[in-house]
Each structure stands twice: as structure tokens, then as C-alpha cells.
Design a binder for this molecule. Structure first.
Ligand code: PLP
Length: 406
């Protein structure tokens, strides 16, 4: 079965927006378009429910119920319990809070493994724990390919390691890391696992219960939703780490790592992402549990993306005036494609904009990864990123524009 891309695009108001006509969006890894169910819920919340939630009056009760609905339905999709999922302002703020919890929980001399493939959000906050005597061990990419080899992780693991942090997929290398295998290695060594799922989630929300990590993070503004960070912390870890919220909320798992009051409207609107995935599942005749339907939607999205991605990779690989970062085979990577042009990338992104291509240039906060691969972060990379709503026509438009500007 193939993804019905016309149906998909009909769920995104941006594709009917006159001011965006003729422009093809290729900076989705920075933030995606928002689906209609999210916009509808956000609008309804601000019109009808913008009161303090969880009170005894109707508008307040509905507001609270919708916030709980978002948490419960996202958790079901991800194969975890509702109180194992919480919302924060962003993934970076979520990792920052988590790092404070680990700072209190760990002893000097114990170790954390971080990578130099990650976006700074899942590496910088952990590295700062060195200030408190925590040993930081860096799992390094292959400088030629950007690949993270699990065998290298094996050499870093011992009984002192409490946590292993890595990305499901890097936002510049694009390669999909084998989360199940890496998690099993870390668990076997007695360490917990924190996965940055931000770059992967737009291509299918993960069944975290099946994948196995103790922490899994993603940003809903890149997955067709409002600007939130979504954080799964499995119970055995969440109950062990010191509470970072108000002391009187310590018994409520989903409040332990979100010290501030949440953005009520945006939390509520996150249920719209699940509405959208349900619409896709129903339209394509997918049945079963929430995670089974989610897996089916994931496969449909990936199938479409892989088909569209290979010609882009072939085009870029065939050129000798640039360097494609990450794998050249579509199956093993996300459609987040960074290229080192050997010159500043921004003027090229600007030239693409004049051709109706919305693309990004810069370091994308993956400074360590670029440096590890010998790319000058000042020059940056050109990044072309798309998702399942991208059409074959837009890919053709991109390739034509690249021919002109490269
Ligand atoms: C892979 C990855 N991780 C983390 C982040 C940070 O997410 P947030 O903006 O929600 O802090 C980003 C944002 O670009 C990202 O691409």
C-alpha cells in the first residue's frame, strides 16, 4: 500500500495558503508545517477553554481533559504509560532539566557516554556534568562518514557508566542509528539510555516501549504539532531520579521533570497530532492497537520518503563539487540531507530561495558533528530536508533548482 499524498496534503492548510504557492518546503528538519487538527484544537482552546485548567467549571474541566487526552493518546502511540510522558517548552529545556536530575543522582567518578553526532541539545547539557566530577566519555563518529559504530560504544562501556546518550538519527548525518541494539548494549552494562528522537520523529513516532530506551525525546513543532518538547521517561528511572518539580508534586511521575507550569493550549493541541495520525490510519485502512496503527503510519510515511529520497541522493552523489554527508542509500537514513559545499552555504540557500526552494544553511547546532567530519561550521552546510507530505513535483522542482544554483 502506498501513502495517499493528496490526502496527506489536504490535512495541511499551508498547502492551500496563497502566499506559499509555488514554494517548495525543504527545511522541515527545522520545523514542519502544522496539520489542521492541531490548528483546530489550538484555536478551540484559545476561543473556548483559555482558563486555568482542572477547575470545577465546564471550560476549565474541558481544558484539563484535553491536556490529559494529549498525554494519554501520545503515550499509547509510543507504547508507554500515560504518566511516563510529559511536555516541556523544548527538547533542549527537557534535557537541561534531566541533566540537573542526573547531576544530583550521580556520584563523582561515575560516567556518562555522549556522542559527537548529536545536536547540542543531547550532548552539551550532559557534558556540563564534568563540572561535578562526572566522567564524560565521547562516542565518536567515523570522520569520513559520520557513522556511529556500536563496536566503539562497546569499548566505552564498563560498570561506571550510568547513562548513554545518542540520537535516533542525527540532524546533519541523517543515518538511522540501531536504537534497539545500542540500548541492549547499554542496558547489559547497567547503564540507562537517553535517545534524542527529534530528527527521527517527523518520519514516524517511535514505539518506545518496543525500542527500549529509558528516555526518548522529540519536539512536536517538527512533527506537525505546536511548539513543545515531548519527553518519555520510563517509570523505573523516573521514580529513581530526584524530583525537579515542586516538592508536593513528587508523587506524580509526569510532573517530576517539568518544573514550570506547562503551556496549556499547546499541550492540549498536541492531541491534534494523534488525530492526524489516526486520520492517516483510517484513510489507509490500518487497524489494531494504537502502536500497531502508529507503526503502519510510520511504514507508509517511510515508504514514500525513501522513494522520493533516492533520486536526491543519486543527484548529489554524482556531483564532484560537493560532499554528501551520511549514507547515499535512502533506506538507512532520514530525508534530512546535508551537503558540504566547501564554501559558505548561506548564499546557495539564498539562491535556492529565489528559485522557490525553502532550504536551510548553517551548522544546525550540530557543531561537534560537523567539526568531527572536517566541515567548517562557519561555512556551514546546505540542508535539504523533507517529510511524507513532500510531493514528487516538489522533488523535481528541487533538483531543477539545484542544477541551476550549484
Ligand atoms: C536532532 C535535534 N535534537 C534536538 C533539537 C532541539 O530541539 P528543541 O528546539 O525542541 O530544543 C533539534 C532542533 O533542531 C534537533 O534537530
Amino acid at each position: 500500500m502506498e501513502l495517499d499524498v493528496d490526502f496527506v496534503r489536504a490535512q495541511f492548510p499551508a498547502f492551500a495558503e496563497p502566499s506559499l504557492q509555488g514554494q517548495a518546503f525543504f527545511e522541515n528538519a527545522g520545523g514542519s508545517y502544522t496539520c489542521a487538527p492541531v490548528i483546530d484544537r489550538l484555536t478551540r482552546f484559545y476561543h473556548q477553554r483559555k482558563v486555568q485548567p482542572y477547575g470545577p467549571y465546564l471550560a476549565s474541566r474541558l481544558a484539563g481533559e484535553e491536556m490529559d487526552e494529549a498525554r494519554a493518546r501520545l503515550a499509547a502511540l509510543m507504547g508507554v504509560q500515560a504518566d511516563e510522558l510529559s511536555f516541556g517548552p523544548s527538547t533542549t529545556q527537557n534535557t537541561y532539566v534531566l541533566a540537573q536530575a542526573f547531576r544530583q543522582w550521580m556520584q563523582p567518578g561515575e560516567a556518562i557516554v555522549v556522542t559527537n553526532q548529536d545536536h547540542e541539545a543531547n550532548t552539551g547539557p550532559w557534558r556540563r556534568l564534568a563540572e561535578d566530577g562526572i566522567e564524560i566519555r565521547e562516542w565518536q563518529v567515523d570522520p569520513a562518514t559520520g557513522h556511529l559504530d556500536p563496536a566503539d560504544l562497546g569499548n566505552l562501556l564498563d560498570e561506571n557508566v550510568r547513562l548513554v546518550c545518542f540520537p535516533h538519527c542525527s540532524n546533519v548525518v541523517g543515518e538511522i542509528n540501531p536504537v534497539v541494539e545500542i540500548t541492549a548494549m547499554a542496558h547489559a552494562a547497567g547503564a540507562f539510555v537517553c535517545v534524542d528522537g527529534v530528527s527521527y520523529a517527523p518520519h514516524g513516532i517511535a514505539d518506545v516501549g518496543m525500542l527500549g530506551p529509558d528516555i526518548y525525546l522529540f519536539s512536536s513543532y517538527k512533527t506537525y504539532g505546536p511548539h513543545q518538547g515531548v519527553m518519555v521517561i520510563r517509570r523505573p528511572l523516573g521514580e529513581q531520579l530526584p524530583n525537579q518539580g515542586h516538592y508536593f508534586n513528587a508523587e506524580v511521575l509526569y510532573k517530576r521533570f517539568t518544573p514550570a507550569g506547562p503551556d496549556h493550549a499547546q499541550v492540549a493541541a498536541c492531541a491534534g497530532m494523534v488525530d492526524y495520525f489516526d486520520l492517516l490510519a483510517d484513510h489507509h485502512g490500518l487497524t489494531g492497537t494504537a502502536t500497531e496503527r502508529g507503526a503502519g503510519v510510520h511504514d507508509l510515511m517511510r515508504g514514500h520518503e525513501v522513494k522520493l529520497l533516492q533520486p536526491v541522493l543519486d543527484f548529489l552523489s554524482a556531483r564532484n563539487d560537493l560532499r554528501l554527508l551520511g549514507p547515499a542509500r535512502a533506506e538507512g537514513r532520514a530525508p534530512t540531507v546535508a551537503v558540504d559545499l566547501g564554501r559558505p552555504a548561506m548564499p546557495v540557500a539564498e539562491a535556492l530561495a529565489a528559485q522557490g526552494i525553502m532550504a536551510g544553511a548553517g551548522d544546525f547546532y550540530a557543531v561537534r558533528a560537523l567539526q568531527a567530519m572536517g566541515v567548517d561550521p562557519q561555512q556551514g552546510v546546505l540542508r535539504l530536508s523533507f517529510v511524507h507530505y513532500t510531493s514528487p513535483d516538489e522533488i523535481a522542482q528541487l533538483l531543477k533548482a539545484l542544477e541551476r544554483v550549484l
